[in-house]
Design a protein around this ligand. Structure first.
Ligand SMILES: [Mn+2]
Length: 289
């Protein structure tokens, strides 16, 4: 089925949902951000930027959108408790055909990953969550709630294995927890000294991998539009080469891109996030997926 123009969809094209290989789910959720605000505007900014991307991928020599992309309606968060919103994300993702299609969820703050992973865990049972991030997000609770963006991986650690990449900011308690629980954390200070770090990351992954990308894992020069930037992060090619290797060697089952807080008059991060989503689709399409 040839994709038809639709100006509100990712890349300006869509196919009927039954023909789509890829689903895009906007999750404009923001309730617990700590410093910079604006992640609720992230999904819309990514979809807007995506309309200006080239459909052709010169590295892969393909037009991945021909596999079919369907952009879902944004999740609608009415006023309610954190628990109600988290439950809503879980129910919406659980109702999607996540085993047959590849879902990319667009945040929103990082808290959204916990209910999404919960829905995946019910379908796939054994899985590893690969987290690209500057922060460990392993605090038992943060600013009075266990559903904070700063606690998201603490919620996930009892459901799935965790492999963290790009970490360069954490508490002593998080540092100790990583050692107690055998969590694989690839710190930025070791990545920059280890030319084989991507291989080591892949070796730490199980067969089924869910990928969560907090955009602050990137260096702030590449992705300035985040709420809590940290110096010296991953480059564009660090991230996409890792993602490519993971897709070649493991089963990538789903992904999210979170924490975009659009900056007025700068669309750098919006375009990076949109292209990242399209690269993920391209690598999956290149594997025949
Ligand atoms: Mn982070």
């Amino acid at each position: 089925m040839k994709p038809i123009p639709d100006r509100n969809s990712f890349l300006k094209y869509m196919v009927p949902v039954e023909d789509a290989r890829f689903l895009i789910l906007p999750v404009p959720y923001e309730q617990t951000t700590s410093y910079g605000k604006g992640t609720k505007d992230g999904p819309d900014a990514i979809i807007k930027a995506s309309r200006y991307l080239e459909l052709f991928d010169e590295d892969l020599d393909t037009e991945p959108y021909l596999k079919g992309i369907y952009t879902l309606a944004p999740i609608n968060f009415e006023k309610g408790s954190l628990e109600t919103s988290i439950e809503k994300i879980y129910k919406e993702v659980k109702a999607l055909p996540i085993k047959d299609k590849f879902l990319i969820s667009l945040g929103g703050e990082h808290s959204i990953t916990y209910p999404i992973v919960r829905a995946y865990h019910e379908q796939f049972h054994s899985m590893t969550v690969l987290q690209i991030d500057a922060h460990s997000d392993l605090r038992e609770e943060y600013e009075g709630t266990i559903y904070s963006h700063g606690s998201v991986m603490a919620r996930i650690k009892d459901m799935a294995g965790i492999v963290q990449v790009g970490i360069r900011s954490q508490t002593k308690a998080e540092y100790d927890l990583i050692r107690q629980r055998g969590i694989h954390t690839f710190y930025m200070h070791t990545i920059r000294r280890d030319s084989l770090w991507k291989e080591h990351v892949v070796e730490a992954l199980g067969d089924h991998v869910y990928l969560t990308i907090d955009l602050d894992g990137f260096d702030p020069s590449a992705a300035p539009g985040v709420g809590t930037p940290e110096p010296w992060g991953l480059s564009w090619y660090d991230v996409i080469d890792l993602v490519k290797l993971v897709i070649e060697r493991r089963h990538l089952i789903g992904s999210d891109i979170v924490e975009l807080a659009p900056v007025p008059l700068s669309v750098t991060t919006d375009f990076l996030a949109a292209k990242l989503a399209y690269k993920i689709m391209g690598y999956i399409a290149a594997q025949g997926g």
